[in-house]
Design a protein around this ligand. Structure first.
Ligand SMILES: [Zn+2]
Length: 492
């Protein structure tokens, strides 16, 4: 299917990679394939304890004195399939196909893993070629990028010689990434006291917010459903009448939440008051938020679902108004969205926070916030601010899943050479940007601070979904750019 596409060696190896199941956490077979590739060609390689594979090739004649170059990508993919697709992605290869218009490669019924199989395919094609000039070359294939960047985290600096680093894990041809955000998750836990009350249950929900990625879409002015719910409750101004059983919203700390809900217990007199307050608050909030979130909806409905907080029908354990108020204070004060824009490059998001999840677990309410910044100190400061607010509101703050950013370097010889090569190949200017999301380069540079890194790649659309597709012509142009860049870096 791919054998008529160019460059043929790149597509040949991409096809071989697609035939091997390699979802995150299932990298044994792809790792063995890479090792066998090196053995078959007499190339030196290292298989690290965490599973990373590093394959080396000497410089071609005339390029011996140039410093070594690393091409790096991750060997795992996000393995997702359509409802009804019967493929066992743990055991079976992908059904790769070319779209009817001949423009794209995709996989039938599943994600493609162009992210980041194409990086390995480029690397293997270079290792296998005997007609491409390059300095001493290393392909670094890392494991489990998609589930926490474990391979980059555990990479040993002593296993890699090169300090000029090409990360091929970007999906926008024409854009060179030269920096990325670091991040951390700040967890705020509030203990609540509970009272036993009788009455009936009402559910208040916020739905229809657009959501999006908490990094790359944090500057798109999207509303946060959890915080909208807090605003609604504040606006209802029902104080002691609000007796929630639980509050919940959001699914991932790195996604802007699209919905949130709260279930509360009311008696007959309060029910009328609460419904009236809800109607008035709903009207006010919709009037101000409708343009920002056209599908935003508020609902108030009866429910019988008291979950673990139901003693028997009509009798429930509810959060005391005083302890719920502390949670509400936190939600009304916690920062959300962009808190600073960058100076260099100008106009990009520098520091942000997303309140991603709220959940009620027994007698605690837990809120997860995902802080990102291009600047390590700013990430620390914003994390601290949320921790301080947590304790002021009577909660306990904990931090986890921290990863370093990749700060934009004012001077980068590698970046300059890439930009110059891009101009020659494309006859136009590329965009040099930083990205407000995590890339493995942050961890690489933490291990090897002297590393000069850049990140680029061919056009891949809708990654991590079953609509993922890779542009065939873009793969070829990016290959031509890569070949030219290596010759230049070899001093040719
Ligand atoms: Zn990737």
């Amino acid at each position: 299917m791919l054998d008529k596409l160019k460059p043929s060696s790149v597509w040949k190896y991409f096809g071989e990679i697609c035939a091997i199941p390699h979802g995150s956490g299932n990298i044994g077979a792809i790792s063995a394939y890479l090792q066998k590739f090196a053995e078959d060609r007499g190339l030196a390689y290292i298989a690290e304890p965490c599973g990373n594979v590093i394959i080396r090739k000497d410089a071609t004649p005339g390029c011996e004195s140039a410093p070594a170059i690393v091409l790096q990508g991750h060997m795992d993919m996000v393995a997702v399939k359509e409802d009804g697709c019967t493929k066992d992605m743990e055991k079976e290869g992908l059904d790769v196909a070319v779209s009817d218009d001949g423009q794209f490669v995709y996989a039938k019924g599943t994600s493609l893993g162009g992210d980041d199989g194409i990086a390995l395919a480029y690397g293997l094609a270079l290792l296998d070629a005997d007609d491409i000039a390059h300095p001493a070359f290393e392909l670094v294939a890392t494991v489990d990028e998609e589930t926490g960047m474990d391979g980059a985290r555990e990479l040993l600096a002593t296993d890699v010689r090169g300090r000029r680093w090409l990360n091929l894990d970007s999906e926008d041809e024409g854009i060179l990434l030269a920096g990325c955000a670091g991040g951390l998750t700040q967890m705020s836990t509030f203990s609540v006291t509970r009272d036993t009350v009788s009455g009936s249950l009402l559910r208040i929900s916020v739905t229809g917010c657009r959501g999006g990625h908490s990094g790359t879409e944090i500057d798109k002015n999207r509303a946060n459903a959890i915080l909208i719910l807090a605003l609604l409750i504040r606006e209802m101004n029902c104080g002691k009448m609000l007796q929630p059983l639980w509050i919940s919203g959001g699914e991932k700390d790195n996604a802007i939440p699209t919905s949130a809900e709260m279930v509360l217990c009311v008696n007959e007199y309060e029910r009328f008051e609460i419904c009236r307050a809800f109607d008035s608050a709903e009207r006010k909030l919709l009037a101000t938020l409708r343009r920002q979130e056209p599908d935003l909806a508020f609902t108030l409905e009866e429910t019988e679902d008291g979950g673990e907080h139901m003693i028997r029908e009509g009798s429930y354990r509810v959060m005391s108004p005083a302890s719920f108020e502390k949670v509400l204070d936190f939600l009304l004060l916690v920062p959300f969205g962009v808190s600073a824009m960058s100076e260099e490059p100008k106009g990009l998001v520098e520091t942000s926070n997303n309140v991603g999840i709220i959940r009620t677990v027994g007698d605690t309410v837990v809120v997860d916030s995902s802080v990102r910044s291009m600047i390590a100190l700013r990430k620390e400061q914003l994390g601290d601010k949320i921790a301080l607010l947590t304790s002021l509101c009577g909660g306990i703050a904990e931090r986890h899943s921290e990863y370093p950013g990749w700060e934009f370097r004012p001077e980068s010889a590698l970046r300059d050479t890439w930009v110059e090569t891009y101009r020659e190949v494309y006859g136009e200017e590329p965009l040099v940007k930083t990205i407000h999301a995590g890339l493995e380069c942050g961890l690489i540079i933490e291990h090897m601070p002297e590393t000069d890194a850049i990140s680029f790649g061919p056009n891949i659309y809708d990654i991590h979904t079953t609509s993922e597709r890779m542009e065939i012509a873009s793969v070829e142009r990016t290959w031509n750019l890569l070949v030219r860049l290596l010759a230049k870096l070899g001093g040719k």
